[in-house]
Design a protein around this ligand. Structure first.
Ligand code: FA5
Length: 348
């Protein structure tokens, strides 16, 4: 068999193998074996040195033509297999856009925030401002400016976490009263504010006590403010949160920063005042502390108690939420159990 015949045979074999190849890897293997430096075509071409000077270029160009044809066929096969591979891939990855989507779980404000929001809305509607205050508070504002000097026995009721001698985790939202009173300019009108936020006490956690809980402070300072204003405002709070038919009752109490001071009860929303387990058979539930701002507190804030007076209250939204929704353990609010929290969806 001469060189031409050998090349012709290699070409035929090569073309057949290329056409039969099923995947890109086989085509590449064929290319390497057939056209590579150690392949049969190169081997055949080595025999050209034995040819006559006349024959050599002819066989040379014949060999190049075969090499080109094989290379072209390989390229075409690669293209064909690529197209096939892509078509298969597209088919496998087809998305059925008509399938129903995966529903996105919608969150909601925490139940305590919902109660605070309701209270804020009510007071904003009555022209109160909502004021924020620091949770790490100075002893000066948390106690002294509220008529609780060092060593005052009433400090024992609100023991807390001290950061140093001067700074502590606030035990109540009342320091925001003191801060706001100091800054208020009465030539611009009366002071009407609420201040919601977190407070901290060294209380042992149980069903109705948490070491961290919330309060909403309320304060009104103007001329001619009476206890009737306090009572009317708190009655509105009770009706808004606990229902239209609720009544409130004031009982004498003691806070160093108010005089007189009261504890406020709301008529039981469960039994309507007849007596049940929720109100411990009394018909009333204690919900907050309040009173008329003590003259010492006004004086310390630079307000003349002979001209101005006012009322203040401090309520616990955690306890409000417990009563409103019948939650019997305050710690539930802080466990972050979605099964518990999702019961208070605003959408119902
Ligand atoms: C005060 O903190 C006063 N600053 C309230 C006040 C403001 C009175 C202005 C007068 C004028 P008291 O310690 O009672 O008061 O707390 C107020 C409310 O916070 C309570 O009625 C209760 O709802 C809530 N509370 C108190 N301690 C805890 C606790 N450990 N866990 C959850 N809620 C609490």
């Amino acid at each position: 068999m001469n060189l031409r015949e050998k090349l012709e045979e290699l070409k035929e074999r090569g073309l057949k193998e290329i056409n039969q190849a099923q995947d890109l890897k086989s085509v590449n293997d064929i290319r390497v074996t057939l056209l590579g430096k150690k392949g049969p075509i190169t081997e055949v071409l080595r025999g050209m040195r034995d040819l006559s000077a006349e024959e050599r270029p002819k066989v040379g160009s014949f060999a190049n033509a075969i090499k080109n044809e094989l290379a072209k066929t390989i390229a075409a096969k690669v293209d064909e297999l690529e197209v096939e591979r892509m078509a298969k891939k597209l088919e496998a990855e087809t998305i059925d856009v008509t399938l129903p989507g995966v529903p996105v779980k919608e969150g909601q404000p925490h139940v305590l925030m919902q109660v605070i929001d309701e209270i804020e809305k009510l007071f904003l509607g009555m022209g109160f401002q909502v004021v924020d205050g620091p949770e790490i508070e100075e002893d000066h504002y948390n106690f002294e400016m509220l008529n609780l000097p060092q060593d005052h026995p009433a400090r024992d009721m609100q023991d807390t976490f001290y950061i140093n001698k001067r700074l502590l985790m606030r035990t109540q939202t009342s320091p925001v009263q003191a801060r706001t009173m100091e800054k208020h300019d009465f030539s611009k009108g009366p002071l009407k504010m609420i201040s919601p936020g977190k407070v901290y006490r060294r209380d042992t956690d149980d069903a109705t006590h948490s070491h961290q809980f919330h309060q909403v402070e309320g304060l009104v300072i103007d001329k001619n403010i009476t206890m009737a204003d306090l009572k009317g405002t708190l009655a509105l709070v009770a009706k808004t949160i606990f229902g239209e038919n609720r009544e409130i009752r004031l009982r004498p109490s003691y806070f160093p920063f108010t005089e007189p001071s009261v504890e406020v009860d709301v008529s039981c929303f469960k039994c309507g005042g007849q007596g049940c387990s929720v109100c411990k058979q009394s018909g009333w539930i204690e919900v907050l502390g309040a009173g008329m701002v003590h003259p010492n507190v006004l004086t310390m804030a630079g307000i003349d108690p002979k001209v101005y007076g006012g009322f203040a209250f401090g309520l616990g939204p955690d306890r409000f939420a417990m009563l409103k929704y019948g939650v019997d353990d305050i710690r539930e609010f802080y466990l972050n159990d979605v099964r518990f929290l999702s019961q208070f969806s605003k959408k119902g």
